[in-house]
Design a protein around this ligand. Structure first.
Ligand code: ADP
Ligand code: GLC
Length: 493
């Protein structure tokens, strides 16, 4: 089966969040299971520099406001996965982020930048971009790639099936309606039944409306986004797709994230030998200048600092938690108010709180290996990867019961009242007191029942969190979607 994954970011080349981890790992896992998988990426500077053996596939010329657009075929560094790169220097080669400039402003031509990405995907699917390879499945990730689904739907001859995965419904790719002519799409697609969304153009909606199947990254989030509370105004559109929408839980890269083989951490460890984890804890306390207090519950946070992540709850609960003997090591960046609040907490509680405002992969490994627990109190969470990294490292997740957090962390006794299943601590209300209660439960369990604490750790570390299972689920979804296309034909839009 020939599968094209379309995305704007991929680890380690370009990453703003978990999307990049997924795009790096899922295609490789699909290839391991026999699929013929390629990636399609916009030619941002980091991509142009990192891909290997690039060769020209087709000179596209002038489109979407750029004079020189070419399609290249190269290999990903590391995995050697084939990767198509849209080389459009005018649109993609600039210093700054993939979606925003250095000041945090959206690039003014994001409509053209990401329409081009989808348009090239549709031409690969239609067979006129690369005569040597034509995907049967186009799998588009988030709004950045969603226009692929609209362009495919707009070209009657295309046989490929399109799959759209929502990684985060909060980011939708909204543009002024009057920019519609720039897209070059049939006018019937510009209506509330198409891309129009309350007087704007919505790329997210292009995926939701025109993909043959829509997935999101956890079963619980798939149910949540059909409600007004989590739907960001698109819950009606999602409900209307009915059984076409489903959730497939993300995996994690269990080679990159493996405490037994992680060269970034102070000492290796596994379920049979947890001594190394203690060494990681001591090394981390020393590195961060935290008191060498063996009794403290050492919490970590590795996160974007935004409203989604609910870390204001942690800030509010902090005085009480610190008074009870908690230590906190935070790494993240984002909203200035949250950054300032954590910075202030560090100043007030030197030796008990450490904050690193920035992004650092190796440090994230050291934090997750060295802490006792990782806190993810999100208001909404499509999947979440860091709680899974925590599970893998025996760093028990303390999470709110939403989205993928609810699907990955267990905190309940079995039917007989014995605790044989729990892998972390889960709370419900998005309130500081509810978070504090869960943290204090963790603190007491670690102090008073070290055997049970260790049992939770070992259970968590033994979970199978890799991509093999999710990749099988995606393959079976692709089969179903393709079979439907072959028997029923393309839907009429
Ligand atoms: P989201 O994509 O919503 O930010 P995820 O949990 O899915 O949340 O993915 C976040 C990814 O980004 C994880 O791989 C996490 O380790 C990483 N990450 C987030 N902030 C930092 C940081 N400050 N330093 C290093 N890695 C980070
Ligand atoms: C998004 C979500 C996160 C998810 C990630 C990868 O960034 O916020 O929950 O884990 O995508 O799918």
């Amino acid at each position: 089966m020939k599968v094209l994954h379309v995305a704007a970011e991929v680890f380690p080349l370009i990453k703003t969040g978990g999307l990049a981890d997924v795009v790096a790992a899922l295609p490789v896992a699909l290839a391991h299971q026999g699929a013929d998988v390629r990636l399609l990426l916009p030619g941002m500077p980091a991509v142009m520099e990192a891909v290997q053996h690039a060769r020209l596939v087709i000179d596209i010329g002038n489109c979407f406001g750029a004079l020189r657009v070419r399609l290249l075929l190269a290999r990903m560094p590391g995995s050697a996965l084939p990767v198509y790169v849209v080389d459009a220097p005018y649109l993609y080669r600039r210093a700054g982020g993939p979606y925003q400039d250095r000041q945090g402003e959206e690039w003014p031509d994001n409509l053209q930048r990401f329409a081009l990405l989808g348009w090239v995907a549709a031409h690969l699917a239609g067979g006129d971009a690369d005569l040597q390879w034509q995907p049967e499945v186009v799998h588009a990730h988030d709004w950045h790639a969603a226009m692929a689904c609209a362009f495919i739907a707009d070209h009657a001859g295309t046989e490929a099936t399109s799959i759209f995965t929502i990684h985060n419904l909060a980011f939708q790719g909204l543009f002024p309606l009057h920019d519609w002519p720039l897209l070059g799409l049939a006018s019937r697609l510009m209506s509330p039944a198409g891309l129009e969304f309350h007087g704007q153009l919505s790329f997210m909606k292009a995926g939701l409306k025109f993909a043959d199947r829509v997935t999101t990254v956890s079963p619980t989030y798939a149910r949540e986004i059909a409600t007004a509370e989590f739907g960001f105004g698109l819950d009606g559109v999602i409900q209307a797709r009915g059984a076409d929408v489903g959730g497939i839980l993300n995996g994690i890269d269990d080679v990159l994230w493996d405490p037994a083989r992680d060269s970034a951490i102070a000492a290796a460890y596994d379920t049979q030998n947890l001594q190394g984890k203690l060494a990681c804890r001591h090394a981390l306390q020393a590195e961060l200048g935290l008191q060498g207090d063996d009794d403290a519950l050492l919490l970590t946070v590795v996160s974007r600092l935004t409203g989604q992540k609910g870390l204001d709850l942690l800030v509010a609960a902090l005085p009480e938690l610190l008074a009870q003997g908690v230590q906190v090591a935070v790494q993240g960046s984002g909203e200035p108010a949250l950054e300032a609040a954590f910075h202030m907490a560090q100043q007030l509680h030197a030796g008990r709180v450490h904050v690193h405002l920035g992004y650092d992969e190796a440090r994230a490994h050291r934090l997750i290996a060295g802490a006792d627990a990782i806190v993810v109190p999100s208001r909404f969470e499509p999947c979440g990867l860091t709680q899974m990294y925590g599970l893998r490292y025996g760093t028990l997740p303390i999470v709110r019961r939403v989205g993928g957090l609810a699907d990955t962390v267990t905190d309940e006794p079995d039917a007989g009242g014995e605790d044989t299943r729990s892998t972390g601590f889960v709370f419900d209300a998005a309130e500081p007191a509810a978070l504090a209660q869960a943290v204090l439960r963790a603190l007491r369990l670690r102090r008073e029942s070290p055997v049970q604490w260790q049992a939770r750790m070992q259970r968590a570390m033994a979970l199978r969190l890799g991509w093999a299972g999710p990749a099988r689920q995606y393959l079976s979804l692709y089969e179903t979607a393709l079979a439907k296309r072959r028997t029923v034909g393309a839907p009429v839009h």
